[in-house]
Design a protein around this ligand. Structure first.
Ligand code: DAH
Length: 344
């Protein structure tokens, strides 16, 4: 009996050594230590042994079982360690490999310009206001002193949605909308950025959709010199301290007098070059003193209040600042163009 147990032990330990997987090891365990295994069998047959033999065989059987058990457990641990090491080796990450680039988006240059212009005017006490892009003829034209059939309507070819609705051709209607809400009481000091639409053929300097920023300041005693001071400050902040402006007489139905505002050329410094067509000046915006009829139509008493207004093309300001020669670049979504405007 004792010898049989020793033989079983040797055999089992050898099989533990030979086992190369956890599955094989489990088979060894079931074979030798399972309920139907030979050792259990021996223990079960103890009743047939003599009183002297019983404790000796019993002890031996328990010892054998404990040693096999121990061998299996330590082998199990070794196999698990090996498995883990193998897995770590297989899944090793080479941190020196170059990563996949994740391109980051950036602000559209027109957004940046609008924000920059807004900031400058906010610094001078203006508020930012917006209005609808699908606008009533009434606000886009009539309230700005452009009654139906007024010849100056031809200055802006329009996309009509219906008889009375159109895609706004300018941001000026926001002037009328804002004043109307004020119940005839100033001050009104706003800038209004937004998209506008005109029935133009697209080319290097025209786009059927573009952006404007409108400005309006209405209060008691607002004078032309205030307009000049505000625009001079703005131009110096936006283009550079060395820039000068000049006002030339012009015509807009909603302002009287009206002016065209020029800024000294940034390329030649005013001496004259290809960019400024050898004049030293570049036209950048339209402006003027708000027409008394426009004030009156929006509920302001022109005897008490006066104001100035101006309107600028955002693309033009961006093109001049960044040396862009074609307005269509802003709308064709070419990332080679757009990515140049990412700010750090
Ligand atoms: N709305 C004009 C345009 O689109 C620009 C403009 C000129 C706006 C003079 C004004 C202004 O407010 O006073 O051509």
């Amino acid at each position: 009996m004792i010898n049989e147990l020793s033989r079983l032990e040797d055999e089992a330990l050898q099989e533990v050594v030979d086992a190369t997987t956890k599955k094989e090891l489990e088979t060894v365990r079931v074979t030798y230590l399972g309920k139907k295994g030979p050792i259990t069998e021996v223990l079960r047959g103890m009743g047939k042994l003599s009183a002297e033999e019983r404790p000796v065989v019993g002890q031996k059987a328990n010892e054998v079982r404990a040693r096999i058990q121990e061998a299996i457990e330590s082998k199990q641990q070794r196999l698990e360690e090996e498995e883990l090491e193998q897995k770590l080796a297989e899944e090793r990450i080479d941190v020196t490999l170059p990563g996949q680039p994740l391109p980051r988006g950036g602000k559209h240059p027109l957004t940046s310009v609008v924000e920059e212009v807004e900031d400058i005017f906010i610094g001078m006490g203006f508020e930012v206001t917006e209005g609808p892009e699908v606008e009533q003829d009434y606000y886009n034209f009539e309230k700005l002193n452009l009654p139906p059939d007024h010849p100056a309507r031809d200055m802006q070819d329009s996309f009509y949605v219906s008889q009375d609705l159109l895609l706004r051709t300018q941001t000026s209607p926001v002037q009328a909308r804002t004043m109307e809400k004020k119940d005839g009481k100033g001050p009104v000091k706003i800038v209004c950025p937004g998209k506008v639409y005109r029935r133009d053929e697209d080319d290097a300097t025209h786009s059927h959709q573009f952006m404007q920023i409108e400005g309006l300041y209405v209060d008691r005693n607002v004078r032309m010199s205030d307009l000049k001071g505000v625009l001079d400050t703005f131009v110096k902040k936006y283009f550079g301290e060395e820039r000068e402006i000049r006002l030339r007489p012009s015509f807009f139905p909603f302002t009287e007098p009206s002016v065209e505002v020029d800024v000294t050329c940034g390329l030649c410094g005013g001496k004259g070059c290809r960019v400024c067509k050898h004049t030293g000046w570049i036209e950048v915006l339209g402006a003027g003193m708000v027409h008394p009829s426009v004030l009156e139509m929006s509920g302001f008493d022109p005897e008490e209040y006066s104001g100035f207004a101006f309107g600028m093309g955002v693309e033009r300001f961006a093109m001049l600042k960044y040396g862009i020669d074609d307005i269509r670049h802003f709308y064709t979504n070419d990332t080679r163009f757009l990515s140049q405007f990412k700010r750090a």
